[in-house]
Design a protein around this ligand. Sequence first.
Ligand SMILES: [Zn+2]
Length: 146
Amino acid sequence: MALQRRHRFILPHEIEAYLDGHPMVLDGCFNSQGRIFSAVLMESDVYGMSLSSVVGKCPVCGEDVLVSPVAFNCSCHEKLGEPYHLTLRRHIRGHEVTLDELRELLTDGITRNEVMLIDDKGSLSKAYLRLSDDHKRIVADYNLYN
Ligand SMILES: [Zn+2]
């Protein structure tokens, strides 16, 4: 665990979320070069737990999706001849996208549950999160069932 010295402490509620099967993104981690990064707790054969930036699979090319402090990005920028064919901001209209929601977006293209988002008029409205058709944005779906 020598590397862990540079990492920030992992908070009790973050451990609980992980044990519950709903890991959270841990921001403000530092790597051995002192660079800040974001990661999730992962099961590891060697350490029991380890940190990983991999949070899912890209629905476009199948490569790993990595979490950064601001976005979820496909790790394979060069594939398909188009850089950043999947780059999703982690915040949409005042809502922080959870890893559960991200997983639903990557596999189903839409979230299972509604979240509260700030709508165009500046008030809070319930909406589903949906992956845009070009996979470049998470968009709000306010009236799926209306
Ligand atoms: Zn990709």
